[in-house]
Ligand binder design. Structure first.
Ligand code: PMP
Length: 285
């Protein structure tokens, strides 16, 4: 079955789905996006993803191109047409197509809206979770508003590629003070020797992960101790556990950082329990 994408009001085979070379997303990365997990054909935490989308749009001075209800219909319809049972749905909104000029185009320029969906191999992700992943650290060279979920992801691309070349699955980004901000495509967490969960606080220097927010609910429900503060690479090396969170993989235990085993080098109990309980706290729609 060929894949279908939604492009500005039409559902098209992927081979015909295209935007202009003068799309501002293509030329300036002038746009924002969301990735939502699909489970059993339903969207996970759609409401929170759409709320974050609204915030991203507002922060870059764009209006929402259609109502949340209409957007929701498009997301579900794209999932349905692609017959995705377990996977992800991707939504991208850019400032539209206009003659190349850095400043905003005329106010009546329609935004470009693209939605695609694809299945993933759930067994493979479960295996990754059971094995745990390797992480490396690289300098965080991104701009100062990474809380906006912008499509400008070149530093993340380069970090992820460095990880790949070193046999790791994720790169943790490290600020000038030697503190981990987040992963190239995930939020970063550790469990300290005395059993406290630690993750970077929200601000302009991390993406407000939806999975992070739901995991915080699970943390509360499990009665775990939490510190929202930056942690250093040295603290991470010495941690009892480490893990990452993202919509496409939920909670993935980290078993090594820069080649050093974390804890006993196997997925930690807390990460495993958070992963197990996650979907009891998430919303399905
Ligand atoms: N940080 C970055 C830089 C990301 O790209 C992502 C995934 N999009 C996350 C964190 C995790 O966010 P979420 O849980 O909403 O997928």
């Amino acid at each position: 079955m060929s894949r279908i994408a939604y492009v500005n009001g039409r559902y098209l085979p992927l081979s015909d789905a295209a935007v202009s070379i003068e799309d501002r997303g293509y030329q300036f990365a002038d746009g924002v996006y969301e990735v939502c997990e699909v489970r059993g054909g339903l969207l996970v935490d759609e409401r929170r993803h759409l709320a974050r989308l609204d915030r991203s749009l507002r922060e870059i001075g764009m209006a929402r191109p259609m109502s949340a209800a209409a957007l929701s219909v498009v997301l579900h319809e794209t999932v349905r047409r692609n017959r995705v049972h377990d996977g992800i749905v991707y939504l991208q909104i850019t400032r539209g197509v206009a003659r190349r000029d850095f400043a905003f185009p005329p106010a009546d320029t329609p935004p470009s809206v693209v939605v695609s969906a694809r299945g993933n191999d759930r067994a493979r992700i479960e295996q990754l979770a059971a094995d745990g992943i390797a992480v490396i650290t690289v300098p965080d060279i991104r701009w100062q508003r990474v809380d906006i979920k912008s499509v400008a992801l070149l530093p993340n691309v380069l970090a992820k590629q460095t990880a790949r070349e070193q046999g790791a699955r994720e790169a943790w980004l490290v600020d000038a003070q030697g503190r981990v901000t987040e992963g190239a495509s995930s939020n970063a967490w550790i469990v300290s020797r005395d059993g406290k969960l630690i993750t970077h606080p929200l601000g302009h220097d991390v993406l407000p992960g939806i999975t992070r927010a739901v995991v915080l609910d699970v943390v509360k429900a499990q009665g775990l101790e939490l510190e929202e503060r930056a942690f250093t690479v040295q603290e991470a090396y010495a941690a009892r556990e480490a893990f990452v969170t993202s919509a496409s993989q939920i909670v993935l235990p980290v078993v090594s950082i820069d080649g050093r085993p974390i804890g006993n080098g196997a997925p930690g109990l807390i990460a495993t329990a958070l992963r197990r309980d996650y979907h009891r706290h998430a919303e399905l729609s």
